[in-house]
Design a protein around this ligand. Structure first.
Ligand code: UD2
Ligand code: MN
Length: 757
């Protein structure tokens, strides 16, 4: 009996042990199940986002074609004439088009959601939808899974020093929802969680030399042909581009804005949205609710994940300049670099604080960033503007390549290697990622159209334009081929550090904001480099309707002055087109001081840069700007005769196209001129004179075909306070000024050929 009892006791122990073990097993199993459910949910949501985007992109494409849009991106509208960049609010239109299949936006131009607008409700994230997505969308699923796994596999198989670990939550700020990740450093050690912040202070920005002499390749190792996308080097070893993304399996798949989804604001929060809008001129309220390390959809063309890049790419310093940037967007920018850049290629992240006024950008930022050994903060002692702030960052950067980014961006998967590869292939290549749109309104990540490049229109207004179909066909281009880019947008690009300094960096005389993208673009192209857009590298950017920071001087005047410097140094005879498109007032150097240009002009000579004509012919041949507004014979309607210049005096004669003495130009400077002689009213206007043309002399300028349609055919003397027009005497023996009369045929003049409307 005792034995049985003992036996039972013994087996009871065993039973108890088995029972406890099963419970533990069950619990572990449940946890594992839960985790894998989370993974599946994340994956499904991601797939759904990609699928939705594909569908809406197709719809958008067809809708836009129906509406007659030539360029579905339409990010910048050339109709805008204000100084600086075009209307950035177009992202709203784009966002709308995406979500509404291209139907007309009901709120174009505005920035704040209207109360009656459809809100994107959180229920979109419910599980039922994921299941549907999975069932219906096999290929999208495959794509997403392959890319992610590929990325991780290719790293580990190569034994590279990659991010492996997520740490326990580190308390950061009340605006972030997600704990940051920590990278292993080169020696496999985790960075200190709370080391001393690495803050450097810079008072002056005069030291503009590269700090470190990294070995820089002086020869072009390989020339990868544009449009081919293949590496043709037998000796150098290559690997598939690393599609690294630490946000692949986010901790909270249902977090707001996760996977670049549109985030939503409850209608009772509209007031709060409005209140906080001006902090950044985008939906700051919403941004603060979105994880600072959210995932975004991989928007690269499919073949990008298969591209090969060299193993020994140069590493880069990423430079963010900011002034009063919103906390959550600044952090999201930094995290996107940390989470999606192969660590061995990221030397450091330099944050240049351009004398921000916000408290949270001081100590709080130092503390936060102290978790990341690669992040350095440089504080400027006075406001320098983004141009000189970038130069300060460049001067202290240790990487072989400089990568400039705006402080409200999100780098997409695999963004870095394709850029560095181009620099590696040729150190004079300056690659830019495709700039995608993060909606200022709902923070969704929106892909943009293929084959877009940056261009300019007069008066040096930046814009996007699709590559001509003919060009794409002729060059056999695929969507992943680098695109030659006449002008970069300005904010996002990589450049070999040594080359940047050889080029003389930016003109340090440019002030605060604007025009520096024109300057660096002309300089790069004309002095032997190339600018490219790399479709396999994609970075989202919040385009804002307004600058959210103050300009030390007037914004318009700052940009105009910068552009005038660029025009004077780089445009040669074409600078008249710049001034002629609404910037005549900038010619008056007494009214505006554009500063000393000697150094810049010297630099251009020293670098033996080519002419602007060369740039137009070779880099932007589709532009073909006319050097004059009108030319040919100058016909007087009343007299039915043509103006002629003989032996230094003006008279009228029967029109004769073959007669050189009857040929005149109407220039962008509004001169009516033959060679270097200009028509000018004389004395009180009773006579006329021919004088050597001088841009600074108002008497030489005539308004013709101006917006005043009643007097469009007239030649209106610009200097006169009262409207005075050039008039032929009825007998054809005089030329004089008279009060303008819209119907007077003797005041109507017509050139043979007009180049502008
Ligand atoms: C575009 C460029 C931007 C720059 C600008 C001027 C893109 C995506 N953006 O306008 O990089 O080239 O054109 O031509 O191509 N900042 C300072 N100090 C200042 C002003 C700005 O540090 O005094 C920072 C600012 O916080 C931001 C960056 O410089 O991170 C660019 O400024 P922006 O975002 O206002 O310029 P954006 O995107 O309108
Ligand atoms: Mn920006």
């Amino acid at each position: 009996m005792m034995r049985i009892r003992r036996y039972l006791r013994g087996s009871g122990r065993v039973l108890a042990f088995v029972f406890i073990a099963s419970v533990i097993w069950l619990l572990l199993d449940m946890a594992a199940l839960r985790m894998s459910m989370d993974d599946v949910n994340s994956q499904l949501l991601k797939e759904r986002v990609i699928r939705d985007r594909e569908i809406s992109k197709q719809q958008r494409g067809t809708q836009l074609v129906k509406q007659g849009f030539k360029n579905p991106v339409q990010r910048v509208d050339f109709a805008v004439t204000r100084a600086g960049k075009g209307p950035l609010s177009s992202s709203i239109k784009l966002a709308h088009v995406y979500r509404h299949g291209g139907q007309k936006a009901g709120h174009q131009g505005g920035h704040l959601p209207k109360a009656d607008e459809p809100k994107h409700v959180a229920s979109e994230h419910k599980e039922g939808h994921y299941n549907v997505a999975l069932k219906q969308d096999g290929p999208a699923k495959k794509k997403a899974v392959d890319l992610d796994l590929n990325g991780m596999k290719s790293e580990t198989s190569r034994g590279m020093d990659v991010i492996i670990k997520r740490t326990l939550p580190v308390v950061v700020s009340n605006t972030t929802q997600v704990p940051p990740v920590v990278h292993k450093n080169k020696h496999g050690k985790k960075g200190p969680i709370h080391s001393e912040p690495k803050v450097e202070t810079v008072t002056e920005v005069s030291v503009l030399k590269p700090v470190e002499a990294h070995p820089v390749k002086t020869t072009t190792k390989l020339i990868q042909k544009d449009g081919k996308g293949k590496v043709v080097d037998d000796t150098a070893s290559v690997h598939k581009v690393i599609s690294l993304d630490l946000t692949n399996v986010p901790r909270d798949a249902n977090a707001m804005g996760q996977f670049g989804q549109a985030a939503l604001v409850a209608s009772n929060e509209d007031a709060e949205v409005k209140k906080r809008w001006n902090e950044g001129h985008f939906n700051v309220f919403l941004s603060d609710k979105i994880p600072v390390d959210r995932a975004v959809p991989d928007t690269r063309p499919e073949m990008c994940a298969q591209h090969l890049v060299h193993d020994n790419l140069p590493s880069t310093s990423v430079i963010f300049c900011f002034v009063d940037e919103v906390w959550s967007t600044l952090l999201r920018s930094v995290h996107s670099v940390l989470n999606r850049s192969p660590p061995h290629l990221l030397t450091e992240i330099i944050l240049v604080d351009d004398f921000s006024t916000k408290d949270y950008l001081k100590e709080q930022l130092d503390t936060y960033m102290s978790q990341f050994p690669k992040v350095r903060i440089i504080r400027l002692k006075e406001r320098q503007g983004l141009i000189r702030a970038r130069l300060t960052g460049a001067a202290v950067a240790k990487g072989e390549v400089l990568t400039f980014l705006d402080s409200h961006i999100e780098c997409n998967v695999g963004w870095l290697e394709p850029l560095l590869e181009r620099v590696y292939l040729d150190r004079k290549k300056v690659p830019c990622p495709v700039i995608e749109v993060i909606s200022d309104k709902d923070m969704s990540y929106l892909l943009v159209d293929n084959f877009q490049r940056g261009v300019f229109k007069w008066p040096l207004v930046f814009g996007w334009s699709a590559l001509p179909e003919e060009y794409i066909r002729k060059n056999n281009m695929t969507v992943s081929d680098p695109i030659r880019c006449p002008v970069m947008a300005g904010g996002l690009f990589s450049i070999d550090k040594k080359y940047f300094f050889e080029l003389g960096t930016y003109d340090p005389g440019l002030d605060v904001w604007g025009g520096e993208n024109m300057e660096i673009s002309f300089k790069i192209w004309m002095c032997g480099g190339e600018i490219e857009i790399i479709p396999c590298s994609r970075v989202g950017h919040i385009f804002r309707g307004q600058n959210p920071y103050k300009f030390p001087k007037d914004r318009q005047k700052t940009v105009e002055r910068n552009l005038a410097r660029v025009a004077e140094v780089w445009l040669d005879e074409y600078k008249d087109l710049f001034y002629g498109h609404g910037y005549h007032h900038l010619r008056d150097r007494k009214a505006i001081n554009i500063g000393n240009l000697t150094d810049q002009i010297e630099l251009r000579k020293k670098l033996k840069c080519k002419s602007f004509q060369w740039y137009l012919d070779n880099v932007y041949p589709d532009m073909k700007p006319p050097l004059v507004q009108a030319e040919g014979l100058v016909f007087n309607r009343g007299l039915r005769k043509c103006l002629t210049l003989q032996k230094g005096s003006l008279s009228f004669d029967t029109c004769d196209l073959s007669s050189q003495s009857q040929h005149f130009n109407y220039t962008w400077m509004r001169h009516v001129r033959q060679q270097d002689l200009c028509i000018a009213p004389h004395g009180n206007g009773s006579g006329f004179a021919l004088q050597l043309c001088d841009n600074a002399v108002p008497e030489h300028r005539w308004l013709h075909k101006s917006s005043n349609s009643a007097l469009a055919d007239h030649l209106i003397a610009e200097y006169a306070s009262k409207r005075m027009c050039l008039e032929a005497g009825p007998k054809g023996d005089t030329l004089h000024l008279n009060s303008c009369e819209s119907r007077n045929a003797f005041q109507k003049w017509e050139f043979t050929k007009y180049h502008t409307q």
